[in-house]
Design a protein around this ligand. Structure first.
Ligand code: MG
Length: 453
């Protein structure tokens, strides 16, 4: 049996790896498992209308009623599934991937991405040729429904509206020509902010910048922050479930810094709470959670794993090092606009600049690297590494994580999409973290070599 689902839904190059035949049968298989009333949305990609229509056809052929929400952020579709009491949802999006890609994210009736075992069930039906098609008079219906206004109202209701309005903050927003443009500027305006935008035309060719916001491609936003004297800048990925922030000096914050900031202030209001995060997250998260008497619930890497762990364990807050924050009182899913509203609430409540707030967080030296390894050897290499490495604590939840007595750690993880191992490491000094990476990189390279021979 093949595998359709990756770390976050089904992805591929449009009309090459991802075809309308695939999407039609996938949607029919999803509908068969999820239930009768399904939300369907899409991002602003060039190929998204084509795949939206394929998915609608597949769903109706399996007897599902399609609630077409048209173009909207992924978290807006997720909220609509829950709020409208639907049986599930399909979002046509390739998130932050380049414009030639597209994909499908699948939500359960709670609006959260389906768990891994349901992905397996759907794949089982897909690879057996798809579900039994409905009789002609049992084919599903299609109706258009509005969802963005509901979503905007919900985020406003979860925000510190009064406090934020009192500060008249200036916000520079870069949706990266993605669907964030349909919600984030409105939300910031409704919170009383003075809003400036760049790359705010919805355009599936992503002419402004790559769809993945990274510190090195946010030059236009940095210039906007400086030119307008904005208190902060915020950039969204293609489907607006993740946001990356710039401080008032135009300096970018890595995703784990904004996550740690929101976690710190969440913990001040929820002392002793548990927080969900993957094993790749920074010790800064551990520090701010434990300082407030809380504890970490660790998961494998992937937003689905974090969201599902929140739901299953009744935990209200979670996040990832890439800037994905899950605020459970709103919805236990990544949400770029909700994160923006939470950061605005912290800035307004504390009366401090974003650079000051971030300077108050614990800081660690970090390093990331990669080692090439053929996919078919990855499991063998991991098994061999387990017998070779030594550390006071060895965690094998996702790859191998070595945790040392001084708190420094390194995680070696097989990529789900590329023939590489990803290395993440953290320590209290740059020399220590660099040594940790170079020593382990050599060990992995030697292991790959010996097993390839
Ligand atoms: Mg995304």
């Amino acid at each position: 049996m093949g595998r359709l689902f990756g770390t976050n839904g089904v992805r591929g190059i449009a009309n090459k790896e991802l075809t309308i035949e695939l999407v039609t049968r996938l949607a029919a298989s999803c509908g068969h498992i999820l239930g009768r009333d399904i939300a369907l949305g899409r991002d602003g990609r060039v190929t998204s209308p084509m795949f939206r229509d394929a998915a609608a056809s597949g769903l109706m052929s399996a007897g599902c009623n399609v609630n077409d929400l048209d173009v909207l952020p992924t978290p807006a579709l997720q909220y609509a599934v829950k709020h409208l009491g639907l049986d599930g949802g399909l979002m046509i999006t390739a998130s932050h991937n380049p414009p030639e890609f597209n994909g499908v994210k699948v939500m359960a009736s709670d609006g959260v991405e389906i768990p891994r075992n349901v992905e397996d069930e759907i794949e089982g039906i897909y690879f057996s040729g798809g579900p039994k098609l409905a009789e002609w008079d049992k084919v599903g219906t299609l109706r258009h429904r509005e969802a963005i206004d509901l979503y905007v109202e919900e985020i406003i209701s979860r925000s510190e509206v009064g406090v934020i309005k009192g500060k008249r903050l200036k916000v520079a927003i870069d949706p990266g020509n993605g669907v964030g443009t349909l919600a984030a500027p409105t939300i910031a305006q409704r919170l009383g902010c003075e809003v400036y935008t760049v790359n705010s035309e919805l355009d599936g060719r992503f002419p402004g910048r790559e769809s993945e916001p990274r510190p090195d491609n946010l030059g236009a936003l940095r210039e906007l922050v400086k030119a307008t004297g904005a208190d902060m800048g915020v950039a969204f990925d293609g489907d607006a479930d993740r946001s990356i922030f710039l401080n008032e000096l135009g300096e970018p914050l890595w995703g784990d810094r904004s996550f740690a900031l929101v976690a710190k202030y969440y913990m001040e209001k929820h002392r002793g709470a548990r927080v969900v995060t993957p094993v790749s997250s920074s010790n800064a998260i551990v520090d701010v959670v434990e300082a407030a008497g809380g504890s970490i619930h660790w998961t494998r890497v992937g937003s689905v794993d974090v969201s599902r762990a929140m739901v299953e364990n009744g935990i209200e807050f979670g996040g990832e090092e890439n800037g994905g924050v899950m605020y459970g009182p709103h919805h236990p899913v990544r949400d770029g606009s909700m994160t923006m509203a939470l950061v605005l609430g912290i800035m307004a409540g504390e009366g401090k600049s974003l650079s000051q707030l971030v300077a108050e967080l614990p800081t660690y030296a970090q390093a990331k690297d990669r080692v090439r390894c053929p996919n078919e050897l990855k499991q063998k290499v991991l098994e061999a590494l387990r017998t070779k490495v030594a550390a006071p604590r060895v965690d094998t939840m996702d790859g191998i994580k070595l945790i040392f007595g001084d708190g420094s750690w390194i995680l070696v993880r097989p990529s789900g999409t590329e023939p590489i191992f990803r290395l993440y490491a953290e320590a209290d000094s740059q020399s220590k973290v660099d040594r940790l990476v170079s020593e382990n990189k050599m060990l992995i390279e030697a292991t790959v070599k010996s097993l390839s021979a």
